[in-house]
Design a binder for this molecule. Structure first.
Ligand code: GTP
Ligand code: MG
Length: 204
């Protein structure tokens, strides 16, 4: 899956523009600026695939990425899609915008039958915040499987990572839809990418 190029196929501004349900999907969710788009680029090894920015609120649609050249025998459908999502919790944007993104993200997460797992990204410097908890609760209620992924571990001291992983896993221990193992990554340094690639491959 990750050995060859991926392409962008569609930006979805509202639910009626979603592609028909078919291939398995995994989605990357998380607070604004947590590093969702950067992590997708790092996973596929293509710097400019998903747009990234210093300014929160960069990704404004559900962006669909699929492996290139997938038209296999008997089917034009890609084997899977990765969905990059707008971030939540960006308080500086106009309320109308924030409400629109939040609704799009929440409605998609709740209602997509082909969504196999959500990777909920958590900034390793900040930990799980209140709006993360809201998203986790929504996923628990909708029985959508998810796994937590710590991002930007290059920004914290390496010896602190194992304890942070254990503490984070402990916080979600009682959540019914949570995968118990928490991953840690740095898109900048490449740490943890292979584990995440393997987790995704096993999911679909
Ligand atoms: P929105 O689309 O706005 O919700 O943001 P996002 O979650 O997609 O974040 P994005 O990938 O655009 O990255 C936000 C900022 O964090 C950018 O300046 C990235 O360069 C930086 N960043 C992302 N991943 C890492 C990382 O692993 N380490 C470091 N040091 N910086 C990172
Ligand atoms: Mg983004």
């Amino acid at each position: 899956l990750f050995g060859h190029p991926w392409i962008f196929i569609r930006g979805v501004p509202s639910l009626n523009f979603l592609p028909p349900e078919g291939p398995s999907e995994v989605a990357f969710a998380g607070r604004s600026n947590v590093g969702k788009s950067s992590l997708i680029n790092a996973l596929v090894g293509q710097k400019g695939l998903a747009r990234t920015s210093n300014t929160p609120g960069r990704t404004q649609e559900l962006n669909y990425f699929v492996p290139d050249g997938y038209s296999g025998e008997g089917s034009d459908l890609p084997p899977m899609a990765i969905v990059d999502m707008p971030g939540y919790g960006y308080a500086q944007a106009p309320k109308e915008q924030v409400d629109k993104w939040t609704r799009l993200v929440f409605d998609y997460l709740r209602g997509r039958a082909t969504l196999k797992r959500v990777y909920v990204l958590i900034d390793s410097r900040h930990g799980i915040k209140k709006n993360d908890e809201e998203v986790l609760t929504l996923l628990d209620k909708a029985a959508v499987s998810y796994q937590l992924v710590l991002t930007k571990t290059d920004k914290i001291k390496a010896p602190a990572v194992p304890k942070l992983l254990a503490d984070t896993a402990d916080k979600i221990r009682k959540r019914p839809a949570a995968y118990p193992v928490v991953l840690s990554t740095s898109s900048e340094k490449g740490d943890g990418l292979d584990d995440l690639r393997q987790a995704i491959a096993e999911t679909i």
